[in-house]
Design a protein around this ligand. Structure first.
Ligand SMILES: NCc1[nH]cc(CCC(=O)O)c1CC(=O)O
Length: 313
């Protein structure tokens, strides 16, 4: 019998403090409450500030290093200051620190990117030379590949900050993950959702993962009933793809696995940052094949990349 958390010894849920991170932590807590019939005060949300949160004035790629939004949270997990950590899987490095493990994924949200603009309805509507804000290397490269005429400006910060920049006229449009907008109750700010055929999403976009200490059997048993197997299958394929490319969310790499009947379809692409070259491929296999398909597809794309493709890194 698993020992349940109670108000005297609440389960401590570590999270960043952004509105989106808090919404994700609350969703995780609510699912745990429902699965185990526990009251809200059996859980304690612990907000942890990360390097990525502290440094707001520089593009992420300049601050460098992987896990800018996760390191401090993982340290707290390792040290026992928290019991679980709730993450956007899109922001997670492919390898977890020694002793930590992610094997619980919540049902995945909309994976698509949203087109956000007060004046235009979609990328196709944008006039020649329009200024678009994005700090995502992937989105910038994908957009430049389709619309080399557009002007790109850096657009860092949380959802609210980016919407404010739009209002101020810094750009006429930007992109935000539909999943993040939905979780904030703000899906309406997207004029349209962009289909994967037009803008393949980031690996693991829209998926929340719950990290724990690998040896913590009590927490493993608590998480098991809220873990969503299809989401785990999809994210495993995408993250194997990413791992073989040695990429992170700071690299122009896109990948999406979808379950079609009893088949898994994995699509992936790597791009030059200026969009000058896009190398796309796909694999079909069984649900159990995901990780092998990811590794294999990445190998194919690497093999097709001309010499110097990754030299800008
Ligand atoms: N890189 C920031 C980030 N990490 C996860 C999301 C959205 C939620 C998700 O994809 O799960 C976002 C914001 C965005 O890309 O618009």
């Amino acid at each position: 019998m698993t020992q349940m958390p109670d108000p005297q010894t609440p389960l401590r849920i570590g999270t960043r403090g952004s509105a989106l991170a808090l919404a994700q932590a609350h969703e995780t807590r609510d699912r745990l409450m429902a699965a185990h019939g526990l009251p809200q005060d059996a859980f304690q949300i612990v907000v942890i500030k990360t390097t990525g949160d502290r440094v707001q004035d520089r593009p992420l790629k300049e601050i460098g290093g992987k896990g800018l939004f996760t390191r401090e949270i993982e340290d707290a997990l390792t040290d026992g200051g928290i019991d679980i950590a709730v993450h956007s899987m899109k922001d997670m490095p492919t390898l977890q620190p020694q002793g930590l493990l992610i094997d619980c994924y919540l049902p995945r949200e909309d994976v698509r990117d949203g087109f956000v603009s007060s004046r235009f309805g979609s990328v196709a509507d944008l006039p020649q030379g329009a200024v678009v804000g994005s700090s995502s290397l992937r989105r910038r490269a994908q957009l430049a590949a389709r619309r080399p005429d557009l002007q790109l400006v850096e657009f860092r910060g949380n959802v609210q900050t980016r919407l404010k920049k739009l209002e101020e006229g810094v750009a006429v449009a930007t992109f935000l993950a539909m999943a993040g907008l939905s979780r904030l109750g703000m899906a309406h700010v997207a004029k349209s959702a962009i289909e994967p055929e037009e803008m393949l999403p980031a690996v693991a976009q829209g998926c929340i993962g719950v990290e724990r200490r690998a040896a913590d059997d009590r927490v493993a048993a608590l998480l098991a009933p809220i873990s969503h197997a299809p989401s785990a299958v999809r994210v495993a394929a995408e993250r194997a793809f990413l791992a073989r490319l040695d990429g992170s969310c700071q690299t122009p790499i896109a990948g999406l696995a979808e379950i079609r009947g009893d088949e898994l379809l994995l699509r992936g692409e790597i791009l030059r940052p200026d969009g000058g070259e896009v190398i796309f491929g796909e694999r079909r296999g069984t649900l159990a094949d995901g990780p092998a398909m990811g590794t294999d597809l990445a190998g194919e794309l690497l093999g097709r990349a001309p010499a110097g493709f990754f030299d800008w890194r």
